[in-house]
Design a protein around this ligand. Structure first.
Ligand SMILES: Nc1ncnc2c1ncn2[C@@H]1O[C@H](COP(=O)(O)OP(=O)(O)O)[C@@H](O)[C@H]1O
Ligand SMILES: [Mg+2]
Length: 244
């Protein structure tokens, strides 16, 4: 496929640019990015569509490196938070709860244990796989997004206004969780730990607030400090592989 010049760049990730074009969003991957991974991302999206976790549909184009998607007219939660919208952290915590509460019966998504060792040295595998195994026996599994951060949560236009207009009870604006490539079936602790590692890399201030907003949910799940630390080890090793 070819754009006619009216496309506009609306997002940038490590592996792809996202354009708005004729009422849709198009994710254009680098040519070096493996086509099987794009096919896998499409499968993942189908799974989360089915689970009711994301309304954005993916469509094939005649180019294996370009995915056509339903367009979200809005902005990343990141922009709002950088402008002082501290309540964005509450949305992040809500997003975790929503994802982890989704039923997993019939969902086609790999378990974390099946893919976590990919690209790791034997030593790294020996460090993380027993932890994943142990925690997967100890805690119930659910869908984990495993890349939950403010750039992967979109606020559609008008969502804030709509939430503010609702008088009385505290409501979250409508939001859309995107970028499900990393999602796996695993205990929720790995999702919380993954985002912890990301905050730790980019913002100590953000990390401090993050720890506060998830504390009650971590407690409610019965996750011990040691287990959280172990999950952090796993996520740090995986994160390190992605960067190298
Ligand atoms: N369907 C969409 N509608 C509007 N903007 C989108 C859509 N999908 C992605 N984007 C924008 O593009 C950015 C990168 O997309 P994303 O799927 O997160 O790619 P990556 O895997 O590279 O992070 C997002 O942070 C968002 O700003
Ligand atoms: Mg992203």
């Amino acid at each position: 496929m070819e754009f006619d010049g009216s496309q506009a760049l609306i997002g940038k990730g490590a592996q792809a640019d996202v354009f708005r074009y004729k009422g849709y969003a198009y994710k254009v991957y680098k040519n070096t990015y493996p086509a099987e991974w794009i096919a896998f991302e499409k499968e993942q999206q189908k799974a989360v569509n089915q689970a009711g976790l994301c309304p954005i549909r993916y469509y094939d184009t005649d180019d294996a490196h370009i995915i056509k998607m339903d367009l979200i007219e809005g902005e990343e939660l990141e922009k709002k938070v950088l402008n002082g919208y501290i309540e964005g952290f509450g949305i992040l915590a809500d997003a975790f709860r929503k994802v982890h509460a989704a039923p997993i019966d019939g969902i086609k998504m790999p378990p974390l244990i099946a893919t976590a060792g990919m690209g790791l040295s034997e030593e790294e595998q020996n460090m993380i796989l027993p932890i994943i195994d142990r925690l997967s026996q100890k805690y119930p599994s659910c869908i984990c997004h495993l890349d939950m951060h403010f750039l992967n949560i979109m606020l559609p236009n008008g969502a804030m206004e709509a939430a503010n207009a609702k008088s009385g009870e505290k409501t979250f604006p409508e939001y859309v969780i995107i970028d499900w490539m990393n999602s796996r079936i695993a205990p929720a602790v790995f999702d919380y730990a993954r985002t912890y590692v990301i905050f730790d890399e980019f913002s100590q201030e953000g990390l401090a607030i993050y720890k506060q907003v998830i504390a009650d949910d971590i407690k409610a799940l019965g996750i011990s400090d040691e287990d959280f630390q172990d999950a952090l080890t796993v996520c740090a090793v995986i994160r390190n592989r992605e960067k190298n």
